[in-house]
Ligand binder design. Sequence first.
Ligand code: FES
Length: 112
Amino acid sequence: MSSPMRRQGEVVRLCSVGDIEPDSARRFDVGPHRIALIRVGDDFYAMGDRCSHADFSLSEGELYPDQLEIECWKHGSTFSLVSGEPCTLPATKPVPVYEVRVEGDDVMVVVP
Ligand code: FES
């Protein structure tokens, strides 16, 4: 029995550290992936920029830095920046999260 082939994720540079203000979010399109890059202080998080309830952009919603959550502006579901899980209704499904790497001034994500 052969083991399944595993494809390595691709590391993609999104921007420079200074391109995103602390405690803000911005959308990036990487191939088919619509990614919300979120900066909290000096930490970066990346998640799918499409609410799991309907097709609305999470990067346009309100960010709650202390809770590490972002709110969908359409119906108010909040999502964990860490896990992508919804914290409040009406969304019930998670959004994908992506590994972020900061090297020097470069902010990169690993896309599958
Ligand atoms: S579209 Fe996001 S909560 Fe409804």
